[in-house]
Design a protein. Structure first.
Length: 319
């Protein structure tokens, strides 16, 4: 199968922007640079390589691309160091982490200094599930390609619930969190159930938060597949609001989004008002602090196992 040039070629991506109808795209890392399961120094080297490559793209196309940084979250102090470098020196817009860190939920207190620093920098935190990492019950999702259909929503639900019910969003009230490829149809029901957990027998559930879970929505955003879930969107807008929703094309792929036809799919939905459609198309830009229509897309790297002392372990190319 011929690979889409946009997988790793930023020039091809920028050419496609005009065809797709968006002003910018958010460069979402693929799974390769999330090296949480290696030595922290090695993981930090991988992250530096990837982030340097993203910075080169941003320097070449500052008005077309929004960058996300990867971090060595297995060592929070190293993660904070790389976060500062990525944001303050490289000009990358936000960090991206997975829905768990080496089988630890996001509510673990060891991660709270990281959340504090993200909040201090005033950048959003992006969370993305990966079916290649050891997610809850991962071995049970392998058959029938359940990763995107079931595993991503289930794992993301656990991440959302962990952040809310731990009190992390109370402690860091200016923290903004975006959940990618989270699905749409499950969200209203998730929050109903989290509300119940927070009210019913809190001494048993150990939930200690200042508000109902639904009242933390002003800190959260969600991307979803327009093509796969068109019937869920009107209900989702009614319950959560169009200003909480982010457009995901999954370009240059398409399995978790609508690819190059994202705007066409959205505009074809007669059950969504023009005002709400515009909110959804512009929300990524507002979320990332830039102007114009933007969408989430995937960017891939090539990796090499070759390692030399003092050198980056994985060589990031074609960016």
């Amino acid at each position: 199968m011929r690979q889409n040039p946009g997988v790793s070629n930023p020039d091809a991506r920028v050419e496609d922007l005009a065809k797709i109808g968006f002003d910018r795209q958010v460069l979402v890392p693929n799974n390769a640079p999330f090296a949480y399961d290696v030595d922290p120094d090695l993981g930090a080297s991988v992250c530096r390589s990837f982030n340097n490559a993203v910075a080169r793209v941003l320097k070449k196309y500052p008005d077309k691309c929004i960058g996300l940084a990867v971090l060595p979250m297995q060592d929070v102090s190293l993660a904070i160091q790389e976060l500062d470098r990525a944001v303050l020196e490289l000009g990358i817009h936000a960090p991206q982490i997975q829905t768990h860190i080496m089988d630890k939920n996001l509510d673990e207190y060891e991660f709270w200094p990281f959340y504090k620093r993200v909040e201090e920098l005033g950048v959003p935190l992006i969370v993305h599930c990966s079916h290649l990492s050891i997610t809850a019950g991962a071995h049970r999702y392998k058959r029938y390609r359940f990763g995107n259909a079931l595993q991503f929503p289930a794992e993301t639900s656990l991440a959302i619930g962990s952040l809310i019910c731990s009190g992390a969003l109370d402690t860091f009230p200016k923290l903004r969190v975006g959940f990618l490829e989270a699905g749409a149809g499950f969200l209203p029901y998730l929050f109903d159930r989290l509300n119940e957990v927070s009210v019913e027998e809190p001494e048993y559930t150990k939930v200690s938060i200042k508000k109902l879970p639904t009242e933390y929505l002003d800190q959260l955003w969600f991307s979803f597949n327009i093509k796969a879930e068109p019937k869920s969107i009107p209900f989702l807008i009614e319950r959560i609001g169009a200003d909480r929703l982010l457009i995901s094309s999954d370009y240059p792929h398409g399995l978790a989004g609508s690819g190059a036809n994202t705007i066409q799919y959205l505009e074809s939905l007669e059950t969504v008002s023009a005002e709400d459609k515009e909110k959804m198309m512009d929300r990524v830009s507002w979320f990332a602090g830039v102007c114009g229509r933007a969408f989430f897309s995937r960017i891939s790297i090539k990796k090499s196992a070759a390692r030399s002392a003092g050198q980056d372990t994985w060589q990031v190319t074609d960016l």
